[in-house]
Design a protein around this ligand. Structure first.
Ligand SMILES: NC(=O)c1ccc[n+]([C@@H]2O[C@H](COP(=O)([O-])OP(=O)(O)OC[C@H]3O[C@@H](n4cnc5c(N)ncnc54)[C@H](O)[C@@H]3O)[C@@H](O)[C@H]2O)c1
Ligand SMILES: N[C@H](CO)Cc1c[nH]c[nH+]1
Ligand SMILES: [Zn+2]
Length: 433
């Protein structure tokens, strides 16, 4: 049952609890498990990777079975209907078009005294993409990760994804990976896959940046390997926050809430509305849509623990509460969404208007669906081309320019007590005595 909250302080407390669900005390034992997995893979490589694949995914492989073979890749196209391949191609085209829109370009600026300053962008050498596969398979996530990596011109793109119950990788995932140009695929998931990409094993290459969403184990593992490698963001269990007014269709709102809840028992689905009547109707529609939902048990858990409807006095109040939560996805199912937009400060992706369900962004609108969760949208952004790029600063000084700046540098080096810094300028600008 979708709980309805009418009281502001209770709503704030509940939103805080949900936002913290990936950081609270109950997570400590998961963090310990993840730490152990990371250390074992770092020390023992493939041996540990295979042992954890057996333990957590019930698959017994040898090291040479980890990498998906060329014949499996070929076979995948025969298993996937042409219409679905066409849909994947459409999604890829739109995602690529969006990610190509504003790719950062290297630049230089020529200033006075022949000072040249600039930024030079280069891709990482190797990227590792995590594509979830525990409770659902995610060809869309393949595209959302691989396309920006390819636009960034990363030379080597490796992908990991958990094996299915038959030990195979879902053929649709394999088709999406080929369409997007992934170079190599390994059937391994969870924290052990993140460890393999971060530290490298005999079979899985060490990468420079790991991207992609996943469940709590994957998210905690990415958090722990950050520093050894770069990561996109903490993209964990999915979330949607819907702000809806009295004209929103309760059946649509309920469907959108369940569309996130069905991802994971830890997914969050929250409605904030200025219409108490709508809250009641949405709660009823949620019940109805759950009756013969194929993923009912999992989805009900998410709704019970991390679902709610909050009734507030105004849409401005709804925006204020939403900002405290900083949702991964925010839907503005209101008559004038662009009017409320200036009040929205933190959200991974914002869906405007009654006819923009989040699913359109999950699959093919173009913007990335790998987004910060658990409050990370306060400081982080969607996965993008920049995730796979870094820039170097460019600085060139002429003798004249160095001469002009020498005095200021000298004062600063003296203040910091670093004489060799000072000398490195003086030796170029002062006549030997
Ligand atoms: N934030 C985003 O952008 C975004 C996008 C898509 C999906 N998601 C989220 O990705 C997640 C996908 O989760 P999933 O579970 O389906 O797939 P997953 O691939 O993330 O996780 C499956 C792996 O978890 C590991 N695991 C499972 N139980 C474990 C345990 N008890 N101990 C240690 N390891 C264990 C297993 O190794 C398994 O391979 C969902 O939470 C979904 O909401 C988020
Ligand atoms: N909603 C997910 C991001 O949290 C992305 C996704 C993929 N497939 C369906 N949905
Ligand atoms: Zn989704």
């Amino acid at each position: 049952m979708l709980r309805i909250i009418n009281q502001w302080t209770e709503a704030q407390a509940e939103l805080r609890r949900i936002c913290d669900r990936a950081h609270d005390e109950q997570i400590f034992n998961k963090e310990a498990t993840v730490r152990e997995v990371l250390q074992a893979v770092k020390r023992k490589g493939d041996e540990a990777l295979l042992a954890y694949t057996q333990e957590f995914d019930q698959q017994s492989f040898t090291a040479d079975q980890l990498r998906v073979t060329g014949s499996e890749l070929d076979a995948a196209y025969r298993q996937v209907p042409d219409k679905l391949v066409a849909a994947i191609r459409l999604a890829k085209k739109q995602i690529e078009a969006f990610h190509r829109m504003r790719v950062p370009q290297s630049w230089v600026n020529f200033g006075d005294d022949n000072i040249v300053l600039g930024k030079r962008y280069t891709p990482v050498d190797r990227a590792g993409l995590y594509v979830p596969g525990g409770r659902a398979s995610y060809p869309s996530t393949v595209l959302m990760n691989a396309v920006p990596a390819k636009v960034a011109e990363v030379p080597r793109v490796a992908m990991v994804t958990p094996p299915g119950p038959d030990g195979k990788v879902n053929p649709v995932v394999l088709v999406a990976a080929q369409e997007a140009g992934v170079d190599e695929i390994y059937r391994v998931g969870g924290a052990q896959a993140i460890a393999a990409l971060a530290y490298g094993t005999e079979t899985v290459p060490q990468v420079d940046v790991i991207t992609g969403p996943g469940n709590i184990y994957v998210m905690l593992a990415k958090k722990q390997v950050y520093g050894t490698v770069g990561i996109d963001s903490l993209a964990g269990p999915s979330e949607v926050l819907v702000i809806a007014d009295s004209q929103a269709d309760p059946n649509h709102v309920a469907a959108d809430l369940l569309a996130q809840a069905e991802h994971d028992p830890m997914a969050a689905a929250i409605l904030i509305t200025d219409d108490a009547n709508l809250a009641e109707k949405v709660a009823k529609c949620v019940e109805e849509q759950l009756v013969d939902h194929p993923r009912r048990t999992l989805t009900e858990k998410a709704i019970a623990h991390y679902g709610m409807a909050i009734v507030v006095d105004s849409l401005e109040a709804a925006a204020a509460l939403s900002n405290e939560f900083a949702p991964e996805h925010l839907e503005l199912e209101i008559a004038e969404p662009w009017d409320l937009l200036p009040k929205i400060r933190h959200a991974g992706a914002i869906f405007l208007g009654y006819s923009t369900p989040e699913a359109v962004g999950d699959y093919l609108a173009g913007p990335n669906h790998t987004l910060p969760t658990s409050g990370a949208a306060r400081y982080a952004s969607p996965l993008c081309v920049e995730t796979f790029l870094k820039h170097s600063s460019l600085i060139e000084y002429s003798p004249t320019a160095l001469q002009k700046m020498a005095g200021a540098i000298d004062l600063m080096t003296a203040a910091e007590g670093l004489p060799s810094h000072g000398y490195s300028v003086k030796v170029r600008t002062e006549e030997p005595s």
